[in-house]
Each structure stands twice: as structure tokens, then as C-alpha cells.
Design a binder for this molecule. Structure first.
Ligand code: BG6
Length: 507
């Protein structure tokens, strides 16, 4: 009989599970996320017949829109999909509703509760509700309080709340927010979203590691020399200066997305394939992670900010020239850092994390570099043999590759590195779902496996506390180094690697 780990689809991560009749209530429904990600994901679920016909989506925001106006706005945003699936949209959009709600006004909550009951009757949604807080982060706590105060979170089996990132701004605020949220709902009702966990390739880290026997025996300090985790973006700050100026790359990408990838890469095998077992291991490994130089954090972290770049034909603005950005801003758009994980598996193995906006390529990947062969018997084409690498390609070109040495053709015995590659596209053909499709389905199913638990979020913030404090209290010690837009970040980040005799992978 296959073990649970060799067949995860049968246990924790099943696609065929059935979503019960349900009303999804989106707060912040006039915002970008609703029309860019949430409603498209729900429409996709509907088209895949994974959303039951007894569903409703209730958009809530302060704007006084009608149901019809909300449907119209969503239709405009989804114009391309609707052109391809007009009849599916006609029936899906019958389940879209709108209610003007300000979560701070108790009389609005009373009205909302009444509207939800009316929707239950109209759409047979049976009081099952997923509340999605896509509001400004300072309202996460008060939003939960408002919902609990109106009795809308009272039934732990039938009500859930999804909370967008960022969950807190630092360790203290994350702890405080957890306290508020947990006073309003049971942990099993709380779904803290990190959309990277919705990506097929991020989930694949677990399957690669725990469904194969060839990787696990060498997945440790005896064989792995170092690990690089990169999330590179070509886009700049876009229209989000208001948010990004108060966040920066450390809070926007590192504390959540990169740290989740780190946790999945480094965690111990869970005893079972279920939400609690997996999240226990993730929390444990994050609790064991430390900045490489906690006492002198400026020595293990580099911050950067993109300056003007691009070509004469298509020049790119610097971060400080972007609309809404302070012309003297010291917000980082790039971070590189070195961490260690103080446990038996990873002691002494450096983990290098980097992320940046306006880099030359959009690319997220994990690169595990193995130790060198103890004896070099053969001449290598480039001088020294290239260490073996396992590259998990998260996006784009989703897949994995292994780099190893082979005999170069010819009469001598020279070695040369080659790649053995797996591509999701070639092997499976069809594109994977958008992360939000998977995550919304899981929230409605009540499966929190791919959501972060309170202790994980806190451990992730605690890890970066020395850096956040330094940026707050002595920012000159961690200056933002300018890097030209469309380059691979500041030279200081290369130096971070060079000090260890390494280079960043340049795919
Ligand atoms: C978001 C960040 O969480 O992730 C953005 O706020 C970033 O700044 C985005 O661009 C990247 O996501 P993806 O899925 O495009 O890699």
C-alpha cells in the first residue's frame, strides 16, 4: 500500500474534494485584488465545476455600488475570459452581489448579517461563509472584531476568515494581531494567505522531497554546501507606491514568500500529510533559523533600490521617480541576505535569499548546491568541476533540473557540466491553476495546509527582527545601494557571496 507521503493527493492536497454550498464575502471588493485575482479565481473554479451551483460572492466596500454595478465592474475586468466563456459568465454572474459596508460601523454589520441571510435563502448557501479581508492591513484586527461582534464567526464549522498579507509589520505587531484574531475566531477558522503557497511548484518542493527516495538521504549538511533562494521581478513598484513605501522588499517579499519557500525547503519530513503536521515542521524550522550575523546584521544583509536604467529606446524610471514615491525615499526594492538554520540537518549550511524589483528577468527558484567531489580525477572544461546543483524552478518555466558533470566528447577525459531537466509544461501540457484558485478552494474546503499558522508568522517576523530594528534605529548601517534598473542588483550583494567564495546564479 502506498504511504501517505507517496500519495499526497489522497490525503491532504486532494483536488477532487467537494466545496459545500458557500457564500464568499469579499471586504475591499472595490480594490485591485478582487477584480485581478479573486473573482477570476472564483470564475475559474466555477468553470471547472468545483464551485457548487449553490454559491454566492458578496462584494463589500464603502462605495455605494449596486449588484448590477459590481457585476459590470467585474465583467469589464474579466472581458477576455468572458469572450471565451460567455454562457458560463452569464450563470456565474447571477451569483455576484454587492453590499456597501464599512466594517467600522456597527449598523452596517447588522445590515450585512441580514443580507447574508437573504442570500442564503436565495442561493441555498446554508450559512456557510468565507470572509475574505482584502482591506488595508490596519483593519485586519478591527475587521475580525466587527465580524465576531456581529456573530458572524460564531460557528467554527461554517465560518472562516481569510486574511491577506502583510500579517503585522514586525514581530510585536504580528503577535498583537494574532491575539486579536484568536479572540474572535478559533485558529482553525483563520486562513492567513501567502499566495506563493498556492503555486504548484512551491507545493512541489514537498513532493520532490518526500515522495522520492533519491533526494532525502542527501538533503542535509553532509551533502549540501549552500542554498540560494531567489525571487526576481522585472516590474517596478507599479501603482503601489502608497503601500510599498511603508513596506519595502523585506516586508513585501522576504518575510512571507521567500521565508515560506525556505521553510518548505528546509523543514523535516512531517509525520503525516495534514495541515497540523506540516505546519508544525515549518514552524520548527523557522524557529531554528537565524540571520548569519545576528549581532552585526549589516554584515549579512544588503539592501538596494533601483535607479534609472533600461535602454535609450525604452528608458526606465528610478524608484524615486515613480509616482507617489518620496524623491528621497530609502525604501529598499532589493534585499539579499545570508541565514543559517541551527539544527542537526542544516548546521553550518548558508541559505542565501534575494529578491528585487526591476531585475533583468522574472524568475523564482531554489538552487541547492552540493559539496564538491572530494578528489578531482578529471580535468574540467572550465578549470574546476562545477558542483552539482538541483534547481527547483518556481516560475516561469516551472520545473526542476539537475546539473552534473559528464565526459566531454573526445579522446581525453575532460568533464563538462550538463543539465537534466523536467518541465511542467512538457510533462503535463496544461497550465497550472493560478495560486489563488487553489488557495480559495482550500479556504472554502476548510483545509489550512497551504495557509500560515500563527506561530509560523510570528517565527518569520522574529527571524528578521534584528534587521527591522536596525533599519528603524540606525538606517545608515544598512544603506540602500542604488542599482541600475534591469541589472541584477547592487555590487554589495555580489560581495556578500564573494566573501564566501560564491556567486549568485545568473540564469
Ligand atoms: C506580492 C507582492 O505579494 O507578490 C508584490 O506584494 C510582488 O510586490 C508579488 O510583485 C509577486 O508575486 P508573483 O506571484 O508575481 O511572483
Amino acid at each position: 500500500m502506498p504511504s501517505l507521503l507517496t500519495n499526497p493527493l489522497r490525503v491532504g492536497l486532494r483536488q477532487e474534494r467537494v466545496i459545500t454550498p458557500q457564500c464568499i464575502v469579499i471586504f475591499g471588493a472595490s480594490g485591485d485584488l478582487t477584480h485581478r485575482k479573486l473573482v477570476p479565481a472564483l470564475f475559474e473554479l466555477y468553470r471547472q465545476r468545483r464551485l457548487p451551483s449553490e454559491f454566492a460572492v458578496l462584494g463589500c466596500a464603502r462605495r455605494p455600488w449596486s449588484d448590477e454595478e459590481f457585476r459590470q465592474k467585474m465583467a469589464e475586468a474579466l472581458a477576455d475570459e468572458i469572450r471565451e466563456h460567455p454562457s458560463a459568465w452569464d450563470s456565474f454572474s447571477q451569483g455576484l452581489f454587492y453590499e456597501p459596508v464599512d466594517l467600522q460601523q456597527s449598523d452596517h454589520l447588522v445590515r450585512l448579517a441580514g443580507r447574508l441571510e437573504a442570500i442564503d435563502r436565495l442561493r441555498a448557501t446554508r450559512g456557510n461563509r468565507t470572509f475574505y479581508l482584502s482591506v488595508s492591513p490596519e483593519f485586519y484586527g478591527s475587521g475580525c472584531r466587527a465580524l465576531a461582534g456581529a456573530g458572524l464567526l460564531a460557528d467554527p464549522e461554517r465560518s472562516r476568515v481569510v486574511i491577506e498579507k502583510p500579517f503585522g509589520r514586525d514581530y510585536g505587531s504580528a503577535q498583537a494581531l494574532n491575539k486579536v484574531v484568536q479572540a474572535c475566531a478559533k485558529e482553525s477558522q483563520v486562513f492567513r494567505i501567502d499566495h506563493y503557497l498556492g503555486k504548484e511548484t512551491v507545493q512541489n518542493i514537498l513532493v520532490m522531497r518526500f515522495a522520492n527516495t533519491i533526494f532525502e538521504p542527501i538533503w542535509n549538511r553532509n551533502y549540501i554546501a549552500n542554498v540560494q533562494i531567489t525571487a526576481a521581478e522585472t516590474v517596478g513598484v507599479e501603482e503601489r507606491a502608497g503601500y510599498y513605501e511603508t513596506s519595502g522588499a523585506l516586508r513585501d517579499m522576504v518575510q512571507n514568500h521567500l521565508t515560506q519557500i525556505l521553510a518548505l525547503t528546509a523543514m523535516e519530513p512531517p509525520g503525516r500529510f495534514d495541515a497540523e503536521a506540516i505546519r508544525n515542521e515549518k514552524a520548527k524550522v523557522l524557529q531554528a533559523a537565524r540571520l548569519a550575523r545576528e549581532d552585526e546584521p549589516w554584515k549579512c544583509c544588503v539592501r538596494g533600490q533601483y535607479s534609472r536604467g533600461g535602454s535609450a529606446a525604452s528608458p526606465l524610471p528610478g524608484y524615486r521617480d515613480e509616482p507617489g514615491v518620496n524623491p528621497n525615499s530609502t525604501t529598499e526594492t532589493y534585499v539579499a541576505m545570508k541565514l543559517f538554520i541551527n539544527n542537526w540537518r542544516w548546521q553550518g549550511v548558508p541559505f542565501y535569499l534575494r529578491t528585487g524589483k526591476r531585475l533583468p528577468k522574472r524568475l523564482s527558484e531554489v538552487v541547492l548546491t552540493f559539496r564538491e567531489a572530494p578528489v578531482h580525477l578529471f580535468d574540467a572544461a572550465g578549470g574546476a568541476p562545477t558542483p552539482n546543483q538541483l534547481i527547483l524552478r518556481i516560475q516561469p518555466d516551472e520545473g526542476a533540473e539537475i546539473r552534473f558533470e559528464v565526459k566531454a566528447p573526445g579522446s581525453g577525459m575532460r568533464s563538462r557540466p550538463v543539465d537534466m531537466a523536467f518541465s511542467y509544461d512538457d510533462s503535463f501540457g496544461e497550465p497550472s491553476d493560478e495560486g489563488y484558485v487553489r488557495l480559495l478552494a482550500d479556504a472554502m474546503l476548510g483545509d489550512p495546509t497551504l495557509y500560515t499558522r500563527s506561530d509560523e508568522v510570528e517565527a518569520a517576523w522574529r527571524l528578521y527582527t534584528p534587521l527591522l530594528e536596525l533599519i528603524e534605529e540606525a538606517p545608515w548601517q544598512l544603506p540602500v545601494h542604488p542599482y541600475e534598473a534591469r541589472t541584477w542588483g547592487p555590487a554589495a550583494a555580489d560581495n556578500l557571496m564573494a566573501e564566501d567564495g560564491l556567486v549568485w546564479r545568473r540564469p
